[in-house]
Write a new protein. Structure first.
Lengths: 113, 112
C-alpha cells in the first residue's frame, strides 16, 4: 500500500448508529488531518494531529471524536450523527516542516439516514 | 476573518490556455497551494508558492503576489483530462501542522 488509504470508501448509517472511519498513511509523515467536503462548499478542516497530539479542533460537534494512536493511523469515531453530516470525509497527511504539502486519501462517502 | 475567493466555474477549449484566479485574506501566511480534484477522487497537489513570482511545472504554472493577496493557476495546452475542480488553499501558520484554508474550488470544463 502506498500513499494515504481510507476505509470504508462508502458508509450508510442511521442516526443512532456508532461507526468509525479509518485512515492510514505510508509516507512517513508526522501530521494528519480530517476534512469534511460537502457539495458546493469549501473543504472544512475538522481536526489536526501533530506528532500524535491534537493541535486543532475547529469547533466540531462532539458527535465526531478523533483518535490518533500513532503517526501512521487516524480514526474518526461517529455517533448519533445528523443527516446534515452526510458528506465526503477526507483524511490527509504531511510533514510538519517546509511547505506542509498535504497528501489526501480517497475519502469516505458518508450518508446519514 | 479568513477568506479565499475563486470563480465557481470556468469553461475553456481543448488546446487553449486558461487562468484561474484566487484572492485571499488570512490572519497568517505560510504559502499558497493549488490542488486538482477530479469528481469522486481525492485532491492531488499541483503547486506551492511562498515567495512572489511564477512557478512553472510543465503545462501548469502558478503565480503569487503576497502584497495583493492574489494568485493564479495557468493551464496551457488544455486537454480533456484537465476537466476537474481546482482548489486554492492558504497555509496560515508556520507550525503545528500547517493548517490549510480552502477556497470553494473552480470547476473547469474543457470542451473539444
Amino acid at each position: 500500500e502506498t500513499g494515504v488509504t481510507q476505509t470504508p470508501r462508502h458508509l450508510v448509517m442511521g442516526m443512532t448508529n456508532k461507526k468509525s472511519l479509518k485512515c492510514e498513511q505510508h509516507l512517513g509523515h508526522n501530521a494528519m488531518y480530517w476534512y469534511k467536503q460537502s457539495a458546493k462548499k469549501p473543504l472544512e478542516l475538522m481536526f489536526v494531529y501533530s506528532l500524535e497530539e491534537r493541535v486543532e479542533n475547529n469547533s466540531v460537534p462532539s458527535r465526531f471524536s478523533p483518535e490518533c494512536p500513532n503517526s501512521s493511523h487516524l480514526f474518526l469515531h461517529l455517533h448519533t450523527l445528523q443527516p446534515e453530516d452526510s458528506a465526503l470525509y477526507l483524511c490527509a497527511s504531511s510533514h510538519l516542516t517546509g511547505g506542509n504539502e498535504q497528501y489526501f486519501g480517497p475519502g469516505t462517502r458518508l450518508t446519514v439516514t | 476573518g479568513q477568506n479565499i475567493d475563486q470563480p465557481t466555474e470556468m469553461t475553456a477549449t481543448e488546446g487553449a490556455i486558461v487562468q484561474i484566479n484566487c484572492t485571499y485574506q488570512t490572519s497568517g501566511f505560510n504559502g499558497l497551494f493549488w490542488y486538482q480534484q477530479h469528481a469522486g477522487e481525492a485532491p492531488t497537489f499541483l503547486s506551492y508558492n511562498v515567495l512572489d513570482g511564477l512557478e512553472e511545472k510543465g503545462r501548469f504554472s502558478s503565480f503569487l503576489s503576497r502584497s495583493k493577496g492574489y494568485s493564479y493557476l495557468l493551464l496551457k495546452e488544455l486537454q480533456m483530462k484537465d476537466s476537474a475542480s481546482y482548489l486554492c488553499a492558504v497555509s496560515d501558520s508556520w507550525n503545528q501542522g500547517g493548517k490549510l484554508i480552502f477556497g470553494q474550488g473552480t470547476e473547469l470544463s474543457v470542451k473539444p
